[in-house]
Design a protein around this ligand. Structure first.
Ligand code: CP
Ligand code: NVA
Length: 303
């Protein structure tokens, strides 16, 4: 049987995604109450990281340990991947040894090639194109705080990057309106925007995007791999900061999310990210743990 992968949110149906989120919320509860039962005894997760990580590494590794399994951290510096062994060969070998694999890399096509050659489920732990694990955790977080996203308005502020593109996909799957405000020249892939029709509105005006929004989301202006553009981006993104002044035009109970790491004073003000009336970034970060545990259980056929 072909393994199920999670390279993009749309690899799961809406019904399956809802089941993963419900399972994540339940796992969070049992974990907090100290009642979690081992569900991954003897299972091994391989973790390939070609870019840095704090949350993704710790949430996957801790999550696997909490379920009674284990995880192996693999970086290009310490594996033959960094010395040119083809990704296809690496996938074929690793997937004969471990039960599930997560990959953080640059080109999305590399992840897809890996998955095509893997016998076991492969999870996208961030590519240049998409970051579905983070958006899964974000959806869980919104559902916990406010209920379904269906019919809600989400504003994306800043770069049309991997996070933005996973939000674009989420808008269709979870039936919300996404308003994107980014500087000219930093838009997401137009084909992805077009595919969602009227649900996704692309513009360049932060104030218009947040008007009445239920959730405001941003991310760094310079993603991993774009460090050489940092100065230019800082100048081009001026005016796209999420702060209390901008939030004044949103719904009164609007929530703020950021996948982290955050740069206070750049994409978000220090005051807003620390304001518990709106900012739920710590809960959002914690939910990486619970939603990925639920995801791994799903991909390994537990429900
Ligand atoms: N949000 C996120 O993926 O964080 P890390 O880069 O620390 O894993
Ligand atoms: N857009 C950011 C997300 C980091 C979690 C990056 O790709 O660096």
């Amino acid at each position: 049987m072909e393994p199920r992968h999670f390279l993009t949110l749309g690899d799961l149906s809406r019904t399956e995604l809802d089941a993963v989120i419900a399972r994540a919320i339940a796992l969070k509860q049992t974990h907090r109450e100290g009642r979690e039962q081992p569900s991954m005894t003897g299972k091994v997760l391989g973790m390939i990281f070609e870019k840095s990580s704090t949350r993704t590494r710790v949430s996957f590794e801790a999550g696997m340990a909490q379920m009674g399994g284990s995880a192996i951290f693999l970086s290009p510096q310490d594996t033959q991947l960094g010395r040119g062994e083809p990704v296809e060969d690496t996938a074929r070998v690793l997937s004969r040894m471990v039960d599930i694999i997560m990959v953080r890399t640059y080109a999305h096509a590399k992840l897809e090639a890996f998955a095509r050659h893997s016998r076991v489920p492969v999870i996208n732990a961030l590519t240049d194109a998409l970051h579905p694990c983070q958006v899964l955790a974000d959806i869980q977080t919104f559902v916990e705080q406010r209920g379904s996203l269906s019919g809600r308005t989400v504003a994306w502020m800043g770069d049309g990057n991997n996070m933005c593109q996973s939000y674009i996909e989420a808008a269709g799957l979870f039936d919300f309106e996404l308003r994107i405000a980014c500087p000219a020249g930093y838009e997401p892939d137009p084909a992805r925007v077009k595919a969602q029709g009227a649900r996704v509105r692309l513009g360049h005006d932060p104030v218009a995007a947040v008007a009445g929004a239920d959730l405001i989301v941003t991310d760094v202006f310079t993603s991993m791999g774009q460090e050489a553009e940092q100065q230019e981006r800082a100048a081009r993104f001026a005016g796209f900061q999420v702060n209390h002044q901008l939030l004044a035009g949103a719904a009164p109970d609007a929530l703020f999310m950021h996948c982290l790491p955050a740069h206070r004073g750049e994409e978000v003000s220090a005051a807003l990210i620390e304001d518990p009336r709106h900012s739920i970034v710590w809960e959002e970060a914690e939910n990486r743990l619970h939603s990925q545990k639920a995801l791994m259980q799903f991909l390994l056929g537990h429900y």
